[in-house]
Design a protein around this ligand. Structure first.
Ligand code: XLS
Ligand code: CA
Ligand code: CA
Length: 443
């Protein structure tokens, strides 16, 4: 049984290829600085957008035509697993990600939900035995069902806290069973709408208690995957607690959780927080907390999470610059948390979209590697801060200065001279690298 009959295995054909169902730049076996592209990029497909997303929006019904549409309940869930593995294999991706509710329908009670999950988990495990595609991460959906109206681990209702714990407990068992490289926490309902009805301190304390219990349970069952927090400032909640990397890091440090977590940085969440993608990656990286990436892009004209497939080469280049400087993503990967537009409703669009994203990151990888090799930004930055490598600057960084010494120095040196930051020059250089790396591309 084939769900994508019109599509054969997607191959690398190179930049001259006119085949829309081929990679032009993503060549999984190509070596870049000692590692293959596949090892550098660790692409993942997200189950929710690709196999359960239906194209509905607040104004309109579903539009997606999917070859598994005629099934329902557990038959639908099983058909999706079959379709998913056909898709992973045809696209030749090494990873996938899912929420519990993406893979199995909720039953009429928790026991039934567990049963559904167990049977689909067994089926996925079976497919994983013969497939290259492995589980990058799984997570629990604690935002769709009405019980999570006031949050999950930060709900005002202790029964919801307990229910959420049961879901994550099961999620960790599934992570162990399927050998998930990571387990993700994204708190879409962990936040508040108004302080008028909110005990902010108790909610944050409870969130930390919840995370500590998760850490303890993983240890108890011997699950050794990396825990990831995925920051997002808002949507669906007005103010979400894991606002951005810096906020979530402060939370982890306050509650002594920093050794157990890293971050899953999503491009569109970065821009919603008023940052660039590369800012969030850099913040995580310099703190040793860059775990994984949700690869997508937002729309500068829209104020919500549009989860578009990444195609902006400037952004993929700067993202790969951070990832290479992080010495890769370790257990993490580049998960396409991205959905085809509502108007791109044919099954083939799922392939076109992933090919576009994979080629865009392959280009970003190559350009970033060249920028690093040629020390284009590093030399400039090194030079820009060279006042801290000698004299008073060196005393500052070596802890040999105090306000008395600095005042004495300033009194003698008040004719300060600054140098240009040369932003425009640097942007032009990046453009040059972007264009030159692919100089003979047909335009
Ligand atoms: C939503 C989030 C979500 C997480 C996983 O905005 O991106 O999909 O990645 O729960
Ligand atoms: Ca995400
Ligand atoms: Ca998102």
């Amino acid at each position: 049984m084939s769900y994508f009959k019109n599509v054969t295995n997607i191959q690398y054909e190179g930049k001259e290829s006119k085949n829309s169902l081929a990679f032009k730049y993503y060549n999984p076996d190509e070596l870049i600085n000692g590692k293959t592209m596949e090892e550098h990029l660790r692409f993942g497909v997200s189950y929710w957008h690709t196999f359960t997303g239906d194209g509905s929006d607040p104004f309109g019904a579903s539009t997606m035509i999917r070859p598994w549409d005629h099934y329902s309940k557990m038959d639908l869930a099983k058909a999706r697993v079959e379709a998913a593995f056909e898709f992973f294999e045809k696209l030749n991706v090494p990873f996938f990600c899912f929420h519990d509710t993406d893979v199995a329908p909720e039953g009429s009670n928790l026991i039934e939900t567990y049963e559904n999950l167990d049977s689909i988990t067994a089926m996925i495990k079976d497919y994983m035995k013969t497939s290259k595609a492995q589980l990058l991460w799984n997570t629990a959906n604690m935002f769709t069902h009405p019980r999570f109206v006031h949050g999950a681990a930060t709900s005002c209702n202790a029964d919801v806290f307990a229910y959420s714990a049961a879901k994550v407990k099961k999620g960790l068992e599934i992570a162990k069973e399927l050998g998930a490289e990571n387990y993700v926490f994204w708190g879409g309902r962990e936040g508040y709408e108004t302080l008028l009805n909110t005990n902010l301190k108790l909610e944050l304390d409870n969130l930390a208690r919840f995370y500590h219990m998760a850490v303890d349970y993983a240890k108890e069952i011997g699950y050794t995957g990396q825990f990831l927090i995925e920051p997002k400032p808002k949507e669906p909640t007005k103010h979400q607690y894991d606002f951005d990397v810096a906020t979530a890091l402060a939370f982890l440090l306050s509650y002594d959780l920093q050794d157990h977590f890293k971050f899953n940085v999503e491009a569109n969440h970065a821009t919603l927080a008023g940052h660039t993608f590369e800012h969030e990656l850099r913040m995580a990286r310099i703190n040793g907390m860059l775990g994984s990436v949700d690869a997508n892009q937002g729309d500068t004209l829209l104020g919500w999470d549009t989860d578009e497939f990444p195609a902006d080469l400037y952004s993929t280049t700067l993202a790969m610059f951070e990832i290479l400087n992080n010495d890769g993503l370790g257990k993490g990967g580049l998960n396409f948390d991205a959905k085809v537009r509502r108007g791109s409703f044919e099954p083939e669009d799922l392939f076109y979209a992933h090919i576009a994203g994979m080629d865009s990151f392959a280009i970003g990888l190559k350009v970033a590697q060249k920028l690093i090799e040629d020390r284009v930004l590093d030399d400039f930055i090194e030079e820009r801060y060279n006042s801290f490598t000698e004299g008073i600057g060196r005393d500052i960084v070596e802890g040999k200065a105090d306000f008395h010494k600095l005042e004495a120095y300033a009194l003698q040196n008040d004719a300060i001279q600054n140098r240009s930051g040369r932003q425009e020059l640097l942007k032009a250089k990046i453009n040059q690298y972007l264009l030159e790396s692919f100089a003979n591309v047909r335009v």
